[in-house]
Write a protein that binds this ligand. Structure first.
Ligand code: MG
Length: 314
């Protein structure tokens, strides 16, 4: 049966796809004006009457652009700007400063602090809209670059840098929650033979196929990545070692059952690969470096005892 949406949920659903602008200003009349002007332009508008409230909204909502007043009691605009630009999650979000001041010193210092643009109040709506569009174009390019810098181009999964970044966040959260996390290193068995026998193009296809099975076999919140040639990594939050072992065992079997049919020099070739996996799980004192070392030892044991195996660090 089709899901029935109420009128309000349809509205919420549509609102989610709109570009969201957060306006931070201590003057209520300015916030009301920005809200009505920008909503009329088709943006979703959130407003905050102080810097601290603005930062709270920023950490809880997906914001695409910030309009930020300079002169505010308690936390000033430049102070808020610094907090936005120093935070890894929010530094990419463009910030346009809004101020009644036309003093060149204020403009220069705001831009030097990382503001993307500067608009004086009272603003001319068409000019503000055009500047917002420009900043949003830059955001789109930056998001694309950020994605390129975090994705392994061959397989489309996390690259080493992004994998370690996401794993560190998950690890800290698990230690805080006193929950256990399973970490694993995997290596495709005899991958060099694939490259030597069929060439690197086929090798690349095998890596992509392997990554596809990897993405399908683990949960949406598990972290997977390619960290080297034929080396892959998994990080399974809220998973003890026996559950992690089961998950990896299922994956290992799926890999060994998988057949890739390829046309090579006019004839069909069936290719299959196998994988060795070493896993470990967290203790209270764990850090990423230690988990990598332990998983590597377990992987070495898996390879040393005949490959196509999952071994646990002991
Ligand atoms: Mg003000």
């Amino acid at each position: 049966m089709d899901k029935i949406y109420s009128a309000s949920s349809i509205k919420n659903r549509d609102e989610q796809y709109k570009t969201t602008i957060l306006a931070i200003d201590d003057a209520k009349d300015i916030l009301a004006l920005l809200d009505s002007d920008l909503s009329a332009e088709g943006y979703r508008v959130l407003t905050a009457k102080s810097g601290s409230q603005g930062l709270e909204i920023l950490s809880a909502e997906d914001i695409d652009l910030v309009l930020l007043d300079i002169l505010m009691p308690e936390m000033s605009g430049p102070h808020v700007l610094r907090a936005i630009k120093q935070n890894k999650q929010s530094k990419i979000i463009p910030v346009i400063m809004l101020s009644a001041s036309e003093q060149s010193q204020d403009i220069v210092s705001a831009l030097d602090l990382g503001a993307d643009d500067y608009v004086t109040k009272p603003y001319i709506p068409e000019v503000l809209f055009a500047r917002i569009r420009t900043s949003l174009r830059h955001l789109e390019i930056n998001r694309e670059l950020e994605k390129m810098a975090s994705i392994d181009f061959l397989t489309g999964i996390n690259n080493r840098r992004q994998f370690y970044h996401l794993s560190n966040i998950a690890l800290n959260k698990n230690i805080r929650d006193q929950s256990s996390l399973t970490f694993g290193l995997m290596d495709i068995d005899y991958f060099k033979n694939v490259n030597d026998t069929y060439g690197h193009d086929v090798g690349d296809l095998v890596l992509a196929d392997f990554s596809k099975i990897l993405s399908e076999h683990f949960r949406g919140y598990d972290i997977i990545g390619r960290i080297g040639g034929e080396e892959f990594c998994i990080c399974l939050p809220d998973t003890n070692v026996s559950k992690g072992l089961q998950a990896c065992e299922r994956f290992r079997k799926a890999v060994s059952k998988n057949r890739m049919s390829l046309e090579l020099d006019g004839r069909m070739v069936d290719l299959s690969i196998k994988v060795s996996i070493g896993i470990t799980s967290t203790k209270q004192e764990s850090n990423l470096e230690l988990l990598i070392k332990q998983a590597d030892k377990a992987l070495y044991a898996a390879k040393n005892s005949g490959r196509n195996k999952v071994c646990e660090f002991k």
